[in-house]
Design a protein around this ligand. Structure first.
Ligand SMILES: Nc1ncnc2c1ncn2[C@@H]1O[C@H](COP(=O)(O)OP(=O)(O)OP(=O)(O)O)[C@@H](O)[C@H]1O
Ligand SMILES: [Mg+2]
Length: 265
């Protein structure tokens, strides 16, 4: 199989129906990435709408003061409102900058990846979807996690996909925890833990199959975990589900901290 754009070689997808030739795995990854983003866009749009509405209201109020009977903004209102407008604008800017990291087509070349920063960004992106469903998204990051080598876009996609699965599995008022650890030398572990029903033995056997999903139609394509598996293998890492039925979800994504030097390609 040919290398994909200078990154590490993508593994084959045995059960992917369109995997004839080298493009199958890359197409699957793209389909999975776009599907996950599509799931998050409404929540992100909502997350932007709140500060934008506040900016518009404050600007209108200041305009009303200027064109009103006094012809001026009273007291310290101008300063307070401008400060609030600037803080809200910054919120929007940060959210959009974060969205750009996850929305742009990944550069397949391996580079330095700050796993904790990636996890913070992914958590920020799903925060509103969590709030909407009354699910708390919590970070538990080990600051000792080293910067690793890998494809930032694909690793971000994997973390995002595991987080969305955690949210999908969680009951309202539940909690999804995103954890980073160096629990084995030379390896970084990213774990997503949820308080959902966990995984039955039947489902566990099929978790990483292409287009296997227990989500209702229109909600899941069954591409998230097979994409995570491809991304893990591309980084010479692994992914496993370390829970059983009735114990909540727990998925561990492991990446060698020196992975991908030069790619395998
Ligand atoms: N945290 C979890 N708890 C319980 N079951 C899970 C969890 N994560 C995944 N699963 C099970 O594995 C199946 C496959 O997951 P996968 O992410 O591949 O697809 P999906 O979430 O159904 O759809 P997609 O990710 O393509 O939107 C899910 O439908 C679900 O049955
Ligand atoms: Mg999924």
């Amino acid at each position: 199989m040919a290398a994909v754009g200078g990154g590490a070689r993508l593994p084959a997808v045995p059960d992917w129906p369109w995997s004839q030739g080298d493009e199958g795995p890359a197409r699957l990854l793209e389909a999975a990435r776009l599907a996950t983003l599509g799931r998050l866009v409404p929540a992100v749009a909502h997350q932007l709408a709140t500060p934008l509405a506040s900016i518009a209201l404050r600007a209108e109020s200041l305009e009303g003061d200027l064109h009103g009977p006094g012809g001026a903004v009273p007291g310290d209102k101008l300063e307070r409102y401008l400060r609030a407008i600037s803080a809200e604008t910054l919120r929007c800017k940060e959210l959009l900058a974060n969205l750009r990291v996850f929305a742009r087509a990944p550069d397949p070349a391996f580079g330095k990846v700050d796993v904790n920063a990636l996890c913070r960004g992914a958590a920020a992106l799903v925060l509103h979807e969590g709030m909407r469903r009354q699910i708390e998204v919590q970070l538990d990051l080990d600051e000792a996690v080293p910067v690793i080598r890998g494809c930032e876009g694909r690793l971000g996609q994997a973390v995002l996909s595991l987080l969305v699965n955690g949210l999908d599995a969680s009951p309202a008022k539940g909690r999804v925890v995103l954890e980073t650890r160096v629990d084995r030398p030379g390896e970084v572990a990213v774990t997503v833990i949820d308080e959902g029903p966990g995984v039955s033995d039947d489902v566990r056997l099929r978790l990483f199959e292409t287009v296997f999903s227990t989500q209702p139609p229109g909600r899941g394509l069954g591409l998230g975990l097979v994409a995570c598996r491809l991304i893990a293998e591309q980084h010479k890492g692994s992914i496993e589900c370390t829970t059983g039925h009735g114990r909540g979800g727990r998925f561990v994504f492991r990446i060698p901290s020196g992975s991908g030097q030069g790619g395998a390609g």
